[in-house]
Design a protein around this ligand. Sequence first.
Ligand SMILES: Cc1cc2nc3c(=O)[nH]c(=O)nc-3n(C[C@H](O)[C@H](O)[C@H](O)COP(=O)(O)OP(=O)(O)OC[C@H]3O[C@@H](n4cnc5c(N)ncnc54)[C@H](O)[C@@H]3O)c2cc1C
Length: 489
Amino acid sequence: MTRNGQEYLEALQDGRTVWLGRERVDDVTTHPAFAQAARSFARLYDLTNDPEHRDDLTVSSPSGRTLRAYDVPKSYDDLVAKREAHRVWAADSFGFLGRSPDYMAAGAAGFLARPQVFTTDTYDGADNVRALHQRWSRDSIFPAFTITNPASDRSKTLGEQEVPDLFLSVDQERDDGIVVSGSKMIGTAAVFADEIMVGTIEPLGPDDQDFAFSFALSPSTPGVSLISRMSYEAQAASGKDYPLSSRFDENDALLVCESVFVPWERVLTYRNVESTFGMWWQTPAYTYMAHQASTRFWTKMEFLAGVAVLVTRANGSAENPAVRSEVGRLLGYVQMAKSMVLASEAALDAQPEDGGAVRPDAAITYAQRILAGEIYPKFVHQIKMFSGGSLTQVPASWHDLHDATVGPLLKTYARSVTQDTEDRVALMKLAWDAVGSEFASRHAHYEQFYQGAPHVYLTQMAFAGGADECADLAGRALSEAAGIDSPKT
Ligand SMILES: Cc1cc2nc3c(=O)[nH]c(=O)nc-3n(C[C@H](O)[C@H](O)[C@H](O)COP(=O)(O)OP(=O)(O)OC[C@H]3O[C@@H](n4cnc5c(N)ncnc54)[C@H](O)[C@@H]3O)c2cc1C
């Protein structure tokens, strides 16, 4: 048995410092801004003990049964099994819990596959990586991560910035560990996590050793604060009015460290620019995390396509040829999202340095980010187009439907020809929460940025996308053209 949802929720009651505005949140499992999302994460843990899903979601390890996400895949079949586990969890939140525990757990499996990246001239974190994976997998830990530096002057390296205290850096090096201060963003789901991986995934300047380190931290460590953004869950008037915001607001928080002590055994890289960057890109960590992300994305696209189909059926427009072809376009995108996952597995990469582990194909994985960033806004736009004014012509509250005065009016006038009022309002409220609400807007932003800004991943594609192979093929056509004896002179 892996831990269940109740055990997960109890572990969150550890005195962590979470701020929502000026309020210090005592307990995220009961606070109205967080409680339902905490329950949604807890449900994922309950699924791991559900006989229907247990074998998909968990795997036996030397320390007992653990989340399959922690497994280091050794074959195509292992990759497929991991994807199926990601699918079960993604489907539970319709793809809206982007940072379910399997995201960073998959990253930890990537670290373990290539621990030698953590052994450098300045520091040897390889054993700490092994211990981290063992601890996290033994306890089915929910890890979040903050590996982005706060907004800075992007034309300068971190060391050149004029406000160095903004960025997480080491105050003191002690025999037993380091003391750090500064901030990192954006801790998606960090307030719900057991531990936070802190590091830097973006390239650091060659002289940025002072900022080049990574470690795992419990949110309850003295000196750690998580400052939450606005809560969409708290704003959700009811589950019926906001069926997604009310349950799947995974939260984003700024990590602030004030003289936080981190013991050496939690430190993975130290004062080394190459290993701090390479832990994400040389190990399979990034591709494993992207495997979860692209599986979740595919699931979310299925959900949004489903909303689109239901809206067109409800409006009686489903058979209209123009509408039908736009639905066809969305369903085509769903298949593209699916194909990226399946293709990355089929074209798997087995690098000798990965010690027998396999990883999804990197170029296809990187390309998925481009597809995701481009098609997500199209789904949002198309659902709005299919819905028309009905998307906003809904009563202020679901409860109004049962009001003695306004209820009968709504029952008569807020229905459509094809649907009674309750069904119509329920569908339009779901659609609005998926594409129009503040929660929806955050999701559109998330799908665009959570795997890096476009200028980063597009540039990366220019290096990893097979430019030489493409140019060689075009070059052969040029050579052949040069040799063609054209009948027309
Ligand atoms: C909802 C959400 C959740 C997130 N969750 C997490 C998380 O859990 N953990 C985590 O670590 N991070 C997380 N992130 C952070 C995310 O990884 C970063 O936002 C992303 O990598 C972009 O970095 P940035 O925000 O610093 O943008 P910047 O690098 O500052 O870029 C912002 C914009 O500036 C322009 N720009 C900047 N530099 C250049 C350049 N060299 N060339 C061209 N244009 C440029 C581009 O228009 C770019 O889009 C999350 C982000 C979002 C939006």
